[in-house]
Design a protein around this ligand. Structure first.
Ligand code: SF4
Length: 575
């Protein structure tokens, strides 16, 4: 019998990306936190639990010793939606196999990896179930497996799901693990689970494999936020749910009181939080229960932090594709839901809810509180050329009606065993590859760019942009939050630091920004040139003629309202 008190456990996080759960840095998913809590509950001392991310192992090869030395190695990972990530690189199947081979002790694998493994984490792929040479694969909840495995003296476990009492306990007991994440404490955001499962059955989606929705009651989630705050976490995303509006209801209809208790409770236990965002909201809930949904959306917008996004899974605006894939919302219904979110939550800090959606010259210079995002999926059953045009028209209609979208996510399907799409696989996605490429470019140019100018016009301030990498003489960074904008800043700024920026220009899904406020007495040539309408000659003149006592004194003629975000500080030369 193995004594839990003496057990050394290493958890390796290969990252997860599921339709309603994200865990690539700067995000940490629920899996490592719950698993650590389950181990503690089973009697393993927290000091015996080591946590590494896959990037952490790549960067410091000596850390592989912890994989070898552990009595129990737990690998957590799995990508069930395709993606490319700035903050980390998910574990490749070969690396996962190497983990199993390196482990001298017992090895357990869990997380969405149980749904299948593709050759690469990209769209238009098919997957198959593999054990990747691990001793055990958790086919139920990996945290329950970890608990039962330790209880059994590492002999085995039944594949089961955990219950609400367990998750409440484990979420709090495992909060300590965040301290071992390389991004802790400043650049780390915790994904929070409010429910699992879904009332609907879209053909491609792995979420229904969790069954009908089950909710964690507010005290369970709030207690977890409290514990995470005690370990220095200031950024949270309520992203582990299929539909935040359905929270605490009958599975489909909204329950605004439950939302109020949840959001109010989080604010009470974490008054210093810096980010509170969400992820998924089902547009059909808004259309079927508009008044209750409006109330729920207002509650969210009162408690969240700006720049929040409610991702809508429209997936296709083509009725033929909708019918063939059991999609639950029509283009007309989704349009109505986009409008309602804009009306209730499309106001900006410093503005007024009555004016929502707020955009244009008089709008405050902050991101709106909450906007819809649209997910479109290609390669679904019965997709045709017309599907692409219908999707494009839908987005154009949203723009033409003066509404805002925070982002449009266009992907190709990944086919998983156990979903209806497994029969069709990636065949249609392959067939339509060139059509898809052309259409994606069109959407980026014709919709994303003008929409971004509406959502974040020049002068919009984005506080606390974390600087992540240098490229082509620029520094790139993002705010912490849901679907943060990528910001390119002229010049090479210190990586790992955080600065406020003001938007000066737009790409398709990214912006150019300059430090905010931009001091004309010390700004670099590159920063001045980044302002639309200021060429290199004017920028040079600004530099030569400083210092200035006011922005107007600089006499700069640009395409943007410079006074909105520039300043003149007395420089040492000026004094
Ligand atoms: S509504 Fe459809 S896509 Fe969204 S979680 Fe449910 S099954 Fe998945």
């Amino acid at each position: 019998m193995t004594d839990p008190e003496t057990l050394a456990v290493t958890i390796v996080d290969g990252y997860v990306d599921e339709p309603a759960h994200f865990g690539v840095p700067p995000y940490i998913s629920t899996y490592p936190r719950y698993t650590a809590g389950a181990l503690v509950d089973a009697g393993v001392p927290p000091t015996n639990i080591t946590y590494h991310t896959i990037d952490g192992l790549r960067e410091v090869p000596g850390r592989w010793q912890d994989v070898d030395d552990a009595d129990l190695l737990i690998y957590l990972g799995g990508m069930t939606v395709p993606g490319k990530y700035v903050g980390g690189t998910p574990a490749e199947p070969d690396e996962v196999r190497k983990l199993a081979w390196t482990a001298s002790g017992t090895s357990l694998m869990g997380g969405p990896v149980k749904f299948g493994v593709g050759d690469a984490n990209e769209g238009a792929t098919e997957t198959e179930r593999q054990d990747l040479d691990f001793d055990f694969v958790a086919k139920g909840d990996v945290e329950a497996a970890a608990y039962d495995l330790v209880e059994s003296g590492l002999e085995g476990f039944g594949n089961r799901m955990r219950d609400v009492t367990e998750v409440t306990r484990w979420a709090q007991d495992g909060a300590f693990i965040v301290e071992q994440h390389p991004n802790h404490p400043d650049y780390l955001i915790c994904e929070l689970e409010t429910s699992r499962g879904c009332a609907y059955r879209c053909s491609f989606c792995t979420e229904p494999l969790y069954g009908n929705p089950t909710f964690r009651p507010p005290p369970s989630v709030v207690g977890e936020v409290d514990a995470l705050s005690d370990f220095g976490v200031r950024h949270f995303r309520i992203g582990r749910q299929a539909d935040i509006l359905a929270y605490g209801g009958d599975g489909e209809a909204p329950n605004p009181d439950a939302l109020r208790t949840l959001y109010g409770g989080i604010r009470d236990v974490a008054p210093d939080l810096e980010t509170l965002h969400l992820d998924n909201m089902n547009p059909i809930t808004i259309v079927n229960w508009p008044e209750k949904s409006r109330e729920g959306i207002r509650i969210i917008a009162e408690h969240n932090t700006p720049g929040d996004t409610a991702a809508f899974g429209l997936e296709s605006a083509d009725p033929v594709v909708q019918a063939a894939n059991n999609l639950n919302v029509t283009a007309e219904e989704c349009f109505e839901a986009v409008k309602i979110v804009n009306e209730e939550a499309g106001w900006r800090p410093g503005g007024t809810a009555e004016n929502a959606p707020e955009w244009g010259p008089d709008a405050p210079n902050r991101l709106p509180k909450l906007l819809p995002g649209i997910n479109l999926l290609h390669g679904l059953k019965d997709e045709r050329e017309e599907t692409y045009e219908r999707n494009r028209q839908f987005l154009q209609r949203v723009y033409d009606n003066g509404l805002m979208l925070r982002r449009v996510n266009i992907r190709q399907v990944m086919a998983f065993a156990g979903t209806d799409m497994s029969e069709t696989g990636a065949a249609i996605a392959h067939e339509h590859k060139s059509l898809f490429k052309r259409y994606k470019k069109e959407i980026r140019e014709e919709i994303d760019n003008p929409m971004l100018k509406r959502v974040a016009p020049p002068g919009t301030v984005l506080p606390d942009v974390h600087l992540e990498y240098h490229q082509d003489g620029k520094t790139f960074g993002r705010q912490l939050g849901t679907y943060p904008l990528l910001v390119g800043i002229p010049g090479e700024h210190t990586l790992g630091s955080t600065i406020d920026i003001a938007v000066v220009d737009h790409g398709y899904r990214s912006v150019t920004g300059v430090p905010y406020p931009l001091d004309l007495n010390s700004a670099s040539l590159a920063e001045l040139e980044a302002i639309p309408g200021i060429g290199s000659r004017t920028a040079g003149d600004v530099v030569i003629n400083r210092p200035y006592e006011s922005v107007t004194e600089a006499g700069v003629d640009s395409n943007v309202e410079l006074v909105q975000f520039a300043t003149t500080r007395p420089s040492s030369r000026a004094e």
